[in-house]
Design a protein around this ligand. Structure first.
Ligand SMILES: Cc1cc2nc3c(=O)[nH]c(=O)nc-3n(C[C@H](O)[C@H](O)[C@H](O)COP(=O)(O)O)c2cc1C
Length: 364
């Protein structure tokens, strides 16, 4: 297929075979108690890789049990998780399709429940979350250093397990996202206040991973550029933060938005028209103007020609999708062989299934 979408691109020194990314997707298929990789996940990732997706990003893996967000979520919180994670990375690489796989590493912050994380949830500041109905505990400075350590250790484990890189989850109101948001970060010390202080924790994590994993192990980020809250993160600040992260060694960025309490989250339902596709791309395109690293466009992209236009016009470098691959993991292979029909994904969000993600649209 002769198209910009099938031109290789580099993330740092890592070559991707095409411009398609499977955006991080929690699959509810891990062991619930400890977050060990489950057999159904190996099958899922093998299918995604056979579908020739350039970069596959796993569902969010918690770096510490206090950051568990959801039932049956994968974990990277201790060394005993490495063999299972290694089987997952191997399931992708063994297909020989050329797909690469990154582990998304995350901490839920205040967007969890004590029953899941087995303690009072933590956050930069004690700001009540009306959705989880949690009043989190403010992290001490010593604990912030511990969080940085957990993320760096998680990246080391991912590298040991054979992943090609890691993605930091700094979107959707989870812990790193709640640090950069002025709505949830009300601190007055070095970790709060202006955008430089609010994003310090992420720069520390990036440089910690760089020092311990080396330049051949890319660190990328999924980051909010809006929280959809009146006192939340602004695009102007997100641009400054993104540039500072690039200077700290970040190697690609995926732009998202929303927070649980905003009502408007990151997974918008009911998309039908082509004009609705790429709902976070305008934010990504603005951020791309100030960066040199590759930028991923996200949000409801379903149509080949829309994807091609977004890349050929220079708005973004990569096309990131989640729900279309739940519906059809071989979508990109189809595109490559000239079958260019729009993804049949209806964005109905019935794929969120605590017994394991699946495409099961509601009958109307
Ligand atoms: C079932 C499901 C699980 C998701 N899990 C994650 C996740 O673990 N981490 C994350 O950053 N985003 C997660 N997302 C959000 C997607 O990565 C993506 O940002 C969003 O669905 C918009 O893209 P789409 O319209 O192509 O689905 C999830 C989405 C779905 C539908």
């Amino acid at each position: 297929m002769n198209s910009c979408l099938f031109e290789p691109v580099n993330i740092g020194r890592l070559r991707l075979i095409n411009r398609f990314v499977r955006s991080a997707t929690h699959d509810y298929l891990a062991d619930d108690q400890q977050g060990y990789v489950g057999p159904a996940q190996l099958e899922l990732y093998r299918k995604l890789a056979e579908g020739e997706i350039g970069l596959i990003i796993t569902g969010h893996a918690y770096v510490h049990p206090s950051g568990k967000a959801s039932p049956r979520q994968i974990a990277v919180d201790d060394d005993r998780k490495i063999p299972g994670l290694a089987r997952l990375a191997e399931a992708v690489h063994q297909t020989g399709s050329g797909s690469r796989v990154f582990l998304q590493i995350a901490h839920a912050g205040r967007q969890t429940r004590p029953a899941l994380c087995r303690q009072q949830p933590v956050a930069p500041s004690a700001v009540y979350d009306p959705v989880s109905r949690v009043l989190p505990r403010e992290l001490t400075v010593e604990e912030i250093h511990q969080v940085i350590y957990w993320f760096v250790k998680a990246a080391q484990r991912a590298r040991q397990a054979g992943f090609d890189g890691v993605q930091l989850h700094a979107g959707h109101g989870y812990l790193l996202s709640s640090f950069i948001s002025p709505h949830t970060n009300r601190r007055t010390d070095d970790w709060g206040g202006n955008w430089e202080n609010r994003s310090r924790i992420i720069r520390e994590i990036i440089s910690g991973i760089g020092q311990s994993c080396g330049p051949d192990f890319p660190v990328i980020i999924k980051m909010n550029a809006t929280d959809h809250l009146p006192d939340g993160l602004t695009l102007e600040e997100a641009m400054k933060i993104a540039l500072s992260l690039e200077q700290a060694g970040l190697q690609a960025i995926e732009i998202s938005g929303g927070m649980n309490e905003a009502g408007l989250g990151s997974v918008w339902p009911g998309l039908r028209a082509e004009e609705q596709e790429g709902y976070f791309v305008p934010l990504a395109a603005s951020i791309k103007k100030v960066l040199k690293i590759p930028v991923m466009g996200l949000g409801g992209i379903r149509t080949y020609r829309v994807a091609e236009k977004l890349v050929s016009s220079g708005q973004v470098d990569l096309i990131s999708m989640s729900r279309p691959f739940i519906n059809h993991p071989e979508l990109i292979k189809d595109f490559r062989s000239g079958r260019l029909e729009k993804s049949p994904c209806l964005s109905c969000n019935q794929c969120f299934n605590p017994r394991g993600i699946r495409c099961q649209p509601k009958k109307t």
